[in-house]
Ligand binder design. Structure first.
Ligand code: PMP
Length: 287
């Protein structure tokens, strides 16, 4: 049975799920999206994802022609049509079909589509053994140019850093911001552990406010693990005892090497393991 894709309220076969070459989502990256997971038939953190989508839309002055409830139902319907109880969901809203100029007011109506599929961000073994990453030379977009808090369809900034990672033979790159502080990775947020404290850059460092990041902050609180948002420099990465990344696709992935240097002992850290277990429990039990 062909995979079904939700397009503006209708389920169509994957081969028929097409957008126009005049869509400004394609011509200019003018649009927004969410990457969401369904675990055990339940959408993971639906409110946080839909809130971020509507916040992104507001920030770029795009009116989504569906309500949050309609999109939520759309996600459920699409997963059901494809017999998925566990999958990755890509919810995209583009500015819509326009002309060959920038003016978004000349676009007809924004278009929304929902893809449900499987995804594997990183090889399975990195979750046990840890992953090597680099710090990229390309910096995160300046927050006053294009806020990283908007999950926009233009990911070139991340893609340029990702290319550096691939060239260096590792799957992910840490990006610094315009001040030289640690921001985040190309598609994940970053945490380090120092003297028993879990630390992560604040949203004001020019990062995407990750939904998984928010869950980890909550789990730390529940487990009485000291956890703080803090300005971090490359030096902090090099002296960290543990490091891990979070994201919807990646979930929680331990980092054991940065720029060729072992993180702490070079093994997956104990707090990282605890949080990975707590995250898996949270997915299972929602608590
Ligand atoms: N930062 C960036 C740049 C991202 O694209 C993502 C999403 N893949 C994240 C962080 C993690 O966010 P979330 O936990 O909401 O998936």
């Amino acid at each position: 049975m062909p995979l079904k894709v939700w397009m503006d309220g209708k389920l169509v076969d994957k081969s028929d799920a097409k957008v126009s070459v005049y869509d400004h989502g394609l011509l200019y990256g003018d649009g927004i999206f969410e990457g969401i997971r369904i675990y055990h038939g339940r959408i993971f953190e639906p409110d946080a994802h839909l809130q971020r989508l509507f916040d992104s839309a507001k920030s770029i002055r795009l009116t989504i022609p569906f309500t949050a409830d309609q999109l939520r139902t759309g996600i459920e319907e699409t997963a059901k049509a494809n017999n998925f109880t566990d999958c990755y969901v890509r919810l995209v809203v583009t500015r819509g079909v326009g002309y060959l100029g920038l003016n978004p007011n000349k676009c007809s109506t924004p278009s929304a589509f929902i893809i449900t599929d499987t995804i594997e961000m990183y090889p399975k073994e990195v979750y046990e053994k840890g992953m090597a990453v680099i710090t990229a030379s390309v910096i995160r977009n300046h927050p006053n140019a294009m806020s990283s808090r908007v999950k926009s369809l233009n990911y070139l900034n991340s893609i340029l850093a990702k290319i550096e990672a691939i060239d260096a033979g590792v799957p992910e790159a840490i990006m610094l911001n315009h001040l030289g502080n640690v921001a985040e990775c190309t598609a994940d947020n970053i945490f380090i552990v120092r003297e028993g404290e879990v630390l992560t850059p604040a949203v004001t460092e020019g990062i995407l406010e990750g939904v998984t990041r928010q869950v980890i902050l909550k789990l730390c609180k529940n487990l009485n693990i000291p956890c703080n948002e803090k300005t971090l420099q490359r030096h902090d990465l090099y002296i960290a005892q543990e490091c891990f990344l979070t994201g919807t696709g990646a979930e929680v992935v331990p980092v054991t090497k940065i720029d060729g240097r072992p993180v702490g002992s070079g093994q997956v850290g104990s707090l990282t393991r605890r949080l990975i277990d707590a995250f898996r429990r949270y997915i299972r039990e929602g608590a």
